[in-house]
Design a protein around this ligand. Structure first.
Ligand SMILES: Cc1cc2nc3c(=O)[nH]c(=O)nc-3n(C[C@H](O)[C@H](O)[C@H](O)COP(=O)(O)OP(=O)(O)OC[C@H]3O[C@@H](n4cnc5c(N)ncnc54)[C@H](O)[C@@H]3O)c2cc1C
Length: 305
């Protein structure tokens, strides 16, 4: 049976639901495909990696693929661009899936286009939705910070295609309550690649996280936003609250127009489109021009009279 791969992300601190939502989306695509595709997950790890079992349990909390490929190599202890590219290139020599999907996280956006470019494969970045029809890949993507959408159709010419899926688009699927949870067939490959094959020219020396309130709004997991109702003085409290919560600060246009916060903090039709897991709107009425920027927020709490 033809295969659809979901490459799991193992980045430290990465919310595991990013893997889960890609698995859920891919499962739908696999089932709807005319010839029914076999959903396979791919995990890259170092042999004897202590967190491997736990991360798999977590990744398969909601959707269990039919098969799991485990690619093991000592060079895969930590994420590196070339490590992922070399390992997946090897698996692509062994097997030919129809589609390879991963979350468009920083790492996903790093290795997926490089692998596609090296092998000359079709690649579609940051999809909000995708489907396979005959020998074509249809996808929906957002442009101009979510103010326009574009539907693309890519001819595959019988080659595997790569897709990155915009994180947070689908949200965490509810945990499966089924008693009969069938564990996937696990196929482990000890990658027979010399360490030079990984040519680790790019090395990550350290990860420095910005303070939550400095995080770009588009990347924020939590946002506390203020509007006319909180007034200029209220923004000091918004900032304190955001810091306590580990959230970024956002604002309505009234607040940015009046200079209570920088214009970059404006959310809405003429501001930024955001997709946090939690959006807390304080003193914001919810005008259409504002809410159009928070359509992809998962949980919205509004505080006003
Ligand atoms: C072309 C165009 C583009 C626009 N683009 C944007 C955009 O990108 N983003 C954007 O935000 N707006 C945009 N707007 C403006 C938008 O239409 C609204 O005017 C704006 O969003 C309203 O901001 P607000 O919710 O802060 O203020 P209001 O609508 O005045 O709402 C204030 C809220 O605060 C509440 N409140 C009052 N007192 C308190 C209190 N003590 N405690 C708590 N709550 C209180 C009120 O009940 C009310 O719900 C645009 C408008 C146009 C015409």
């Amino acid at each position: 049976m033809a295969e659809l791969w979901v490459v799991l992300q193992e980045q430290e601190g990465l919310p595991p639901e990013y893997n889960q939502e890609v698995l859920a989306e891919a499962q739908e695509v696999a089932v709807q495909h005319a010839e029914r595709l076999q959903l396979c997950a791919v995990q890259l790890r170092a042999p004897f990696s202590p967190s491997a079992e736990a991360s798999i349990e977590e990744a398969f909390r909601t959707v269990i693929p039919e098969r799991l490929y485990v690619l093991q190599h000592p060079a895969l202890e930590r994420y590196t661009t070339e490590g992922y590219v070399a390992a997946l290139r090897w698996l692509l020599r062994e097997r030919t899936p129809v589609l390879i999907v991963t979350s468009a996280t920083a790492n996903g956006q790093d290795w997926a286009p490089r692998l596609a470019a090296q092998l000359g494969l079709p690649f579609v970045a940051r999809c909000l939705r995708f489907s396979l029809e005959q020998d074509a890949l249809s996808s929906l993507r957002a442009l101009y910070g979510g103010r326009a959408y574009v539907q693309t159709r890519t001819r595959l010419q019988r080659q595997p295609a790569l897709v990155t899926f915009a994180p947070g688009t689908r949200g965490t699927p509810p945990a499966s309550r089924s008693q009969a949870r069938r564990w996937p067939e696990i196929i482990t490959y000890e990658l027979p690649l010399p360490i030079e094959e990984f040519s680790l020219r790019l090395q990550s020396l350290a990860i420095e996280a910005p303070a939550a309130e400095e995080v770009e709004l588009e990347a924020a997991e939590k946002i506390v936003a203020g509007g006319r109702g909180v007034g200029r003085e209220g923004f000091a409290e918004i900032a304190t609250f955001a810091r306590l919560l580990g959230a970024a600060v956002g604002a309505s246009r009234v607040a940015t127009d009046r200079g209570w916060v920088e214009p970059e903090r404006q959310i809405g039709a003429t501001g930024k489109s955001v997709s946090p897991r939690l959006y807390i709107a304080c003193g914001i009425s919810g005008a259409a021009q504002h809410t159009s920027g928070i359509r992809e927020a998962q949980t919205i709490i509004a505080i006003n009279p």
